[in-house]
Design a protein around this ligand. Structure first.
Ligand SMILES: [Zn+2]
Ligand SMILES: [Zn+2]
Ligand SMILES: [Zn+2]
Length: 282
């Protein structure tokens, strides 16, 4: 059956979103003026045949992003979540699963054992486990698992600030294409996933595009928040048979709007992600 499994980009911003709280940088001021909210980066996966959907990462924009999925798949069951790591933008949306909110029952939560241990050991997350809202299932580096018959997921551990948990990227595979999702990584040198030998024509790499250049955060020590720069990412992964789409944009990033940086990205055959953008996995 054709076109039954869809992957939707539910947001494209770095953990703190756009506009960011208390920020008066040009991007945040403009976003407020026009009412723009691109949401924190997250993926939705919809199996229209099985009438089920999953979310990858639970962001501070969870309510809005869950609604995007409900509208794209009316009547479908919210079947589970997959988490990359325990930084603010990637798991705090879990709070909406608990007793003050949805009070959901036993939803499958795919995460590393370190992530599950972190949740179990810390309030308010521990309540989600003791109250039976979520049922953790362990992911292991390099060991594929299935969401449904047509959706295979392969986790890859990646180097990223690990003060709370380890961090994972995921390769989602269906009959029709593959999508690699890596919102946070310190450096591409630490990636064990070989994009050039795995992704083919029609596949898509959704990669960390946090900062365009080091000039973006004059008041912060960039060595404390390491990310590959967009210029490096484009040099390495644009102009390939597969598509490169940049995600996890920091509020300071000049590629939020049209200009020479975004034009350069397009000239290299890459693109900046847009909330609502979708692909057919199968
Ligand atoms: Zn992040
Ligand atoms: Zn800002
Ligand atoms: Zn992070």
């Amino acid at each position: 059956m054709a076109s039954t499994i869809q992957v939707v980009l539910l947001g494209v911003a770095q953990d703190a979103g756009l506009p960011q709280a208390g920020c008066d940088c040009a991007n945040c001021v403009t976003a407020r003026a026009v009412g723009r909210n691109p949401c924190v980066v997250s993926l939705g996966i919809i199996d229209h045949t099985q009438q089920a959907f999953w979310m990858v990462d639970a962001t501070p924009d969870f309510p809005q992003q869950l609604q995007m999925l409900r509208e794209r798949a009316p009547g479908a069951t919210f079947a589970g979540l997959i988490l990359t790591h325990a930084h603010m933008g990637h798991y705090t949306g879990l709070i909406h699963l608990g007793r003050e909110a949805m009070d959901i029952r036993d939803i499958t939560l795919w995460c590393s054992s370190k992530m599950a241990t972190f949740l179990r050991a810390n309030a308010p997350w521990a309540g989600l486990l003791t109250d039976g809202n979520v049922a953790p299932r362990e992911i292991i580096d390099g060991e594929p698992f299935s969401l449904s018959e047509g959706i295979s997921v392969l986790p890859y551990q990646v180097p990223h600030r690990a003060e709370f948990t380890d961090t994972y990227a995921f390769l989602f595979s269906g009959d029709r294409q593959r999508i690699f999702y890596c919102p946070d990584i310190d450096s591409w040198d630490g990636l064990t996933f070989d994009m050039d030998n795995t992704l083919e024509v029609g596949d898509t790499a959704l990669l960390d595009g946090s900062f365009f250049s080091e000039e973006e955060l004059p008041h912060r020590d960039m060595t404390l928040i390491p990310h590959p720069l967009v210029t490096d990412t484009v040099d390495r992964y644009a102009n390939k048979p597969y598509d490169l789409v940049l995600i996890h944009l920091n509020h300071t990033n000049p590629i939020w709007s049209a200009g020479p940086q975004k034009e350069w990205i397009a000239s290299q055959g890459a693109a900046v992600g847009e909330r609502g953008q979708a692909w057919m996995l199968a």
